[in-house]
Ligand binder design. Structure first.
Ligand SMILES: Nc1ncnc2c1ncn2[C@@H]1O[C@H](COP(=O)(O)OP(=O)(O)OP(=O)(O)O)[C@@H](O)[C@H]1O
Ligand SMILES: [Mg+2]
Length: 275
């Protein structure tokens, strides 16, 4: 999707969104939750993801950035079970989950949002959230319990007042919130957020960033893709940078912001785009 990189912010990582962060460094002792080992995915001859390794500790927010086409969403799809890696594996709590189906991955406690929101337009907002609650539960859910979870998720994203409206009546911000609610209604341990900030205005961006910070404070571990540097730099404990499918850099936001290779990768992308 569109590159929404603000270089003035990228080069000045101190210009952060005011998120009430309590970076849970102490939680890292809780240990490794998710790990990718040498993950590779080909589409025909194209290595969309190439030998990428990463880790995600419990309670962390890990940012995943990179120019358009870098392989970020493909990596999400591999974690979520949509694609099987050609090489490498994904481990959740040390267990290889690379060959599980999406619903099985979701049931383990890994929920994702989609870069392009695709709500069931003719269904109500609540019914859309219910789809998540049913998809992600361990056992067959009784409707009452699913409704409770879904309404709680809608309340968390501020959509409780629109529960009975059709999803097609929602604007972009609300659709993004519904996307997060649908994922939250699965009661995830790990949330994979694919560009939930992109397309929002500065005020909405701040609100969404605060909301993501609050999810982490509530105990959810987060892996997020974002082009909006202000948001991802302010929220992430660590950042992994992909470029042409490969891991280009990994480190704290302040290290990534001054990494010459990362800056070059983005400048190259911008030159190409404007050419
Ligand atoms: N299903 C697919 N079939 C063929 N090629 C694909 C498929 N999905 C992705 N690709 C290609 O793989 C590469 C990585 O795509 P991906 O969507 O993972 O990038 P991205 O980093 O998420 O980009 P963006 O920032 O634009 O969302 C791109 O070259 C893309 O065209
Ligand atoms: Mg993408």
């Amino acid at each position: 999707m569109g590159l929404k990189l603000s270089f003035s912010i990228f080069l000045r990582p101190s210009a952060k969104i005011c998120v009430p962060l309590k970076k849970p460094m102490e939680q890292k002792k809780n240990g490794l939750l998710l790990e990718g080992q040498g993950v590779t995915k080909y589409f025909g001859g194209l290595a969309a993801v190439s030998d990428v390794s990463f880790y995600l500790n419990q309670g962390e927010i890990l940012g995943l950035i990179g120019p358009n086409g870098a392989g970020k969403t493909t990596l999400f799809n591999i974690i979520a079970g949509v694609y099987k890696p050609n090489q490498g594996k994904i481990l959740f709590r040390g267990r290889d989950i690379s060959h599980l189906r999406p619903n099985e991955v979701c049931k383990l406690g890994i929920a994702r949002t989609f870069q392009i929101t695709k709500p069931f337009l003719e269904m109500t907002v609540l019914e859309n959230a219910l789809v998540g609650a049913f998809f992600g539960h361990q056992q067959r859910h009784v409707m009452e319990e699913a409704q409770k979870k879904s309404r709680a998720a809608l309340e968390r994203v501020g959509l409780e007042g629109k529960a009975e409206r059709k999803a097609k009546s929602l604007n972009l911000v609300e659709r993004k919130r519904l996307e997060v609610a649908r994922a939250l209604s699965t009661s995830p341990e790990i949330l994979l957020l694919d560009e939930v900030v992109a397309g929002l205005n500065p005020k909405e961006t701040g609100e969404m960033a605060n909301f993501i910070g609050s999810l982490r404070e509530g105990g959810i571990t987060i892996l997020m893709i974002e082009h909006v540097m202000k948001a991802i730099m302010g929220l992430s404990d660590r950042i992994v940078v992909l470029h042409y499918g490969k891991k280009l850099a990994e480190g704290k936001p302040e290290e990534i912001a001054k990494n010459p290779q990362v800056i070059e990768a983005y400048l190259g992308g911008i030159k190409t785009q404007s050419a």
